[in-house]
Every structure is written in structure tokens, then in C-alpha cells.
Design a protein around this ligand. Structure first.
Ligand code: NAD
Length: 267
């Protein structure tokens, strides 16, 4: 009997899902139990991601896959509208969810935690699997104790709809928990062009840069007397999320209940 972790990938035909299929097929400790995508068509999962045929067909019905194969973990990168149902289905079948899809409400997270507890399995919902981005947040929160004057600058592609990014908001929240209350800048400062000073959050500013060719970058600039400190993270491609996804897959095998946020795994 193999002691590999058997993984179902949901959203296998999507941009993140394909990276996960590639990770699972190329990692000796993981095995692809099933690949599900509601619009990828009937194809071999290996071929779909540019590798050799692996003998697992991409199917469109997650519940049929959960009922039909023995699996340990479901990795889901689909759409916010499907994420809750997919997670609840996995838990119902005793398969540990590792969810990258965004858009869960606090009530849904609490309910899914209850379901994981009842089934005595672990689960993870992580809006950001990038270990580097999580470290940036932690380092920035630590630095804010000593450098309360700061600005966040985040860079994304020009087709991104929301600003600031979810990662920048999370960074701002973590900084705010550690930083003394302070409204930075001159009390009478005035914007000659609207928006010049960026978005206001708890006394500091967040700036969103949108340019073609950029994937995801974030910088926190701290200013003190006679010195400054910059903490910066650059993401170049989706493969950069995969070490975090692998760590999540391994971690959920070892605890009970739902963890929300990858930062809980990074000491
Ligand atoms: P995408 O549009 O490229 O892929 C989504 C895939 O899911 C598509 O192939 C679609 O056919 C499939 N799908 C939709 N509903 C489904 C269902 N009910 N069952 C099975 N398959 C279904 O999107 P993407 O860029 O891969 O992003 C997917 C999600 O992951 C988004 O919510 C995005 O915000 C999130 N995301 C999270 C992280 C992270 O670190 N947690 C990183 C990047 C993206």
C-alpha cells in the first residue's frame, strides 16, 4: 500500500488548478486521485498540463469523483460561487479540504470548521499560499512596532479589478495589530490631484500600481529619523504558490478542524 497522499484537484483546468495538477504529478509524496473541472472537457490530466498521459481523466462532477475514488485531500481553485459547496462536499466524504479559492464569509468558515470537527479531519482555507508574501506580512508587522511611519505599495497587472489587493489589505490589518495608533503625515496635507496620497487605512496609506506585464509585487516602506527600511516581495508566476500548497496538503493530514490563513503555519 502506497503511503503517498492521494489528492483530488478541483478546478484542474484553470490557471492555478493546472499548476496543482503539475505539482501532484511531479511530486513523489503525492498521487493524483482525480481531476475535476466543469469546463475542461474529457482529457487526460497529465496531457492537459503539458506532461505525459497519467491515466487520470478530467471529469466534471466533483461528488462523483469523491464517491468513486479513495482520496485524502481535495485541493480547490475554482470560483467563489462553488467554493463553499465543494468544501462541504469534500468534508462529507471525509476528504480534507485545502482551499485556495477566495470569497468565503466568516459564517461559512465557522460552519466548515464545525463540519471538519464532526468528521474529525483537518482542513485549510488560505487566501494566499505564497510563503514569501506571508513572511512579508509578518516581517512588516514586526517592523511597524519600531517604525510606525510606513506606506504600502502593491503592483499588479492592469486587468485586476479590485484595489488594493487582498494581500495588501491583509498586510495592513496585520501591521495595524502591531503598530501604535498614529495618523501619519502633515495634518493639513492637501491633494492637488485626487488620489495622489493613496488609500487611507488606520493612519497610513496604501498605493496600488496597475501595469501590463506585472504579476504581483508588494513593498512596505518604513521611514524613521535618518533611516528607512524596505520590505519587498516579488511574485513572478503561479508556480510560486505551489510550495505553500504542498505544505498545506501535508499539514492537513495532521490535525482536526479548519485553519483559516496560511500564516498560521509559518512560525
Ligand atoms: P481560473 O478561472 O483560471 O480557473 C478556475 C477553474 O475552475 C476553471 O477552469 C473553471 O472551469 C473551474 N470551475 C469553476 N467552477 C467549478 C466547479 N464548480 N467545479 C469544478 N471546476 C470548476 O481561475 P484561477 O486564476 O485559477 O483562480 C481560481 C481561484 O483561486 C480564484 O478564486 C482566485 O482568486 C484564487 N487564487 C488563490 C490564490 C491563493 O494563493 N490562495 C492564488 C491565485 C488565485
Amino acid at each position: 500500500m502506497s503511503n503517498k497522499i492521494r489528492v483530488i484537484v478541483s478546478g484542474a483546468g484553470g490557471r492555478m488548478g493546472k499548476e496543482v495538477v503539475r505539482l501532484v504529478l511531479q511530486d513523489d509524496e503525492l498521487e493524483l486521485a482525480a481531476a475535476v473541472d466543469r469546463s475542461a472537457g474529457d482529457s487526460d490530466a497529465g496531457r492537459l498540463v503539458g506532461l505525459e498521459d497519467c491515466g487520470v481523466r478530467v471529469t466534471s462532477d466533483l461528488e462523483a469523483a469523491l464517491a468513486g475514488v479513495a482520496a485524502d485531500v481535495l485541493v480547490d481553485f475554482t470560483i467563489p460561487q462553488s467554493a463553499y459547496t465543494n468544501t462541504a462536499l469534500a468534508i462529507k466524504y471525509g476528504v480534507r479540504p485545502v482551499i485556495g479559492t477566495t470569497g468565503f464569509t466568516p459564517e461559512q468558515i465557522a460552519e466548515l470548521d464545525k463540519q471538519c470537527q464532526e468528521q474529525e479531519i483537518g482542513g485549510l482555507i488560505a487566501p494566499n499560499f505564497s510563503i514569501g508574501a506571508i513572511l512579508l506580512m509578518k516581517f512588516a508587522a514586526q517592523a511597524a512596532k519600531y517604525f510606525p511611519h510606513l506606506e504600502i505599495i502593491e503592483y499588479h497587472g492592469d486587468q485586476k479589478l479590485d484595489a488594493p489587493s487582498g494581500t495588501a489589505i491583509k498586510t495592513a490589518e496585520m501591521i495595524s495589530e502591531a503598530r501604535q495608533e498614529l495618523r501619519q503625515g502633515h495634518p493639513e496635507e492637501e491633494e492637488i490631484i485626487e488620489g495622489s496620497r493613496g488609500g487611507y487605512y488606520n493612519g497610513f496609506r496604501i498605493h496600488s500600481v496597475r501595469l501590463p506585464g506585472v504579476f504581483a509585487q508588494e513593498e512596505v516602506v518604513f521611514g524613521g529619523f535618518g533611516q528607512s527600511l524596505k520590505i519587498r516581495h516579488d511574485s513572478y508566476e503561479r508556480a510560486g504558490y505551489m510550495p505553500g500548497v504542498k505544505m498545506g496538503i501535508q499539514k492537513v493530514m495532521g490535525y482536526t478542524g479548519l485553519v483559516y490563513g496560511f500564516e498560521h503555519f509559518i512560525e
